[in-house]
Ligand binder design. Structure first.
Ligand SMILES: Cc1cc2nc3c(=O)[nH]c(=O)nc-3n(C[C@H](O)[C@H](O)[C@H](O)COP(=O)(O)OP(=O)(O)OC[C@H]3O[C@@H](n4cnc5c(N)ncnc54)[C@H](O)[C@@H]3O)c2cc1C
Length: 382
């Protein structure tokens, strides 16, 4: 498979038009104001983006994972914050509930999430547990039909918007037991801390969360008790493919704007694109975009074809590792091609440069991906 289907390409055009028409003209201002416009979230909902892989009975289109990657790539080509808003809303918000929720939980939360009327978040990371997520300290104690939660989560995407309806969090529910619990927004004892002051992803909503004697009903357990760790590992496998698509979008965005600039900008009487130093840098960038895209859509295809968990996991880590490092390199090349203008917020490459670095960190750092790939090779790396 070396090209996507006609349906995927038609869908790509629709999302590209939306991104270029509705997002690109305003994104610099939203970024400056650190503002996630909920109108855009609702418009993405109207376009069906949140429901691409969700079951039809909850308003989704029950489509394939490849379509979701296409949507994330196209949004990410214009702006990473909007791309991650979709990626986290679906991969970390909707998917855990759709995959592990009871019929009642799905009925309660999914219709609004799928329509883009609400956002959900996934709280795994803690101040003392990131890569080492098994070191989770947040505790939940079951007593009298209720869970009482105490602890803290760090860096949680989409957790504090005006339309965030629920956060699923991992918590220690026994000595060697991690489970997932659904905590509705507004629950007493659940505090959303002020938004972080971030290097990039200014439009994306990110908060620390604290839980102080926060009580939720026993039924808010998501999936099986004690399976929270296994569940989040599965969630992250898919998430890594989606982050890879986001990175492909960024690298493609860098290539597109730099190629244009290299034709327009003249020095010494000729376009800078006529200089080998610039042209070859863009050649290398084009190769890395192509390689990243192939790895990403191969991983998505493995998932859509129902291949084994091991195959998908390995492909997801390889795609995430390569694409995110390619995206960071792409922003460096693009900024260089733009010269002094590349350092100015007036041009998109400055925002791309700030937004890129987190790709190598979120949903498993590059080091964690290398560790997982090495384990997939049968090496006893720890
Ligand atoms: C903007 C943003 C949004 C985020 N959104 C979410 C979200 O929605 N939900 C969520 O749960 N989390 C979220 N995260 C958290 C993110 O997934 C973690 O930051 C990431 O997994 C790394 O964890 P850490 O920050 O604790 O770094 P650490 O685990 O402390 O790692 C620090 C460094 O040490 C390296 N390292 C650690 N262990 C090893 C090892 N064994 N071998 C080699 N190197 C190692 C790491 O690779 C890294 O370079 C978000 C983070 C950010 C910044």
């Amino acid at each position: 498979m070396f090209e996507l289907s006609q349906d995927h390409e038609t869908f790509r055009k629709v999302v590209r038009e939306f991104a270029e028409g509705e997002i690109a003209p305003h994104v610099a201002q939203w970024d400056r104001e650190h503002h996630l416009p909920l109108d855009i979230v609702h418009a993405m909902g109207d376009l069906g983006l949140f429901g691409l892989v969700a079951p039809e009975e909850y308003g989704g289109s029950g489509g394939d994972f490849t379509s979701l990657c296409v949507a994330i790539e196209e949004l990410g080509r214009v702006d990473q914050s909007i791309g991650i808003t979709l990626e986290a809303a679906v991969g970390l918000g909707i998917n855990p509930i759709a995959s592990y929720g009871t019929a009642e939980q799905k009925q309660r939360w999914l219709p609004d999430l799928v329509a883009g009327r609400a956002l959900a978040a996934f709280g795994l990371t803690e101040p003392e547990a990131g890569s080492d997520a098994g070191a989770t300290r947040t505790r939940a104690v079951l007593d009298g039909g209720h869970w009482t939660i105490n602890g803290a989560k760090a860096f949680i995407t989409n957790s504090g918007t005006d339309i965030t309806s629920v956060v699923s969090i991992t918590a220690r529910t026994g000595p060697d037991e991690i489970s997932t619990l659904l905590v509705p927004s507004g629950t007493a004892g659940f505090v959303v801390e002020p938004a972080y002051d971030k290097l990039g992803w200014h439009i994306s909503d990110t908060h620390g969360l604290t839980f102080a004697d926060c009580v939720v009903p026993e039924d808010n357990l998501l999936g099986q008790r004690g399976k929270g760790f296994a569940q989040f590992l599965a969630v992250l496998d898919e998430g890594r493919i989606a982050i890879s698509a986001l990175a492909v979008g960024l690298a493609q965005g860098c290539l597109d704007v730099s190629r244009r600039y290299a034709l327009e900008r003249h020095t010494f009487g000729a376009p800078i694109g006529s200089r080998q130093a610039v042209a070859f840098a863009l050649s290398d960038l084009a190769v890395s975009v192509e390689a990243a895209r192939l790895l990403t859509y191969k991983a998505a295809w493995l998932k859509d074809s129902g291949r084994s968990r091991e195959q998908i996991k390995q492909a997801a880590s390889m795609a995430k590792l390569y694409s995110t490092e390619a995206a960071v390199a792409a922003t460096r090349i693009a900024t260089q091609v733009f010269g002094g203008n590349g350092f100015m917020e007036e041009f998109p490459v400055a925002r791309f440069y700030r937004d890129a670095k987190i790709l190598e960190i979120g949903e498993g750092t590059s080091e964690v991906q290398r560790m997982l790939i090495a384990r997939g090779l049968g090496l006893p790396v720890s």
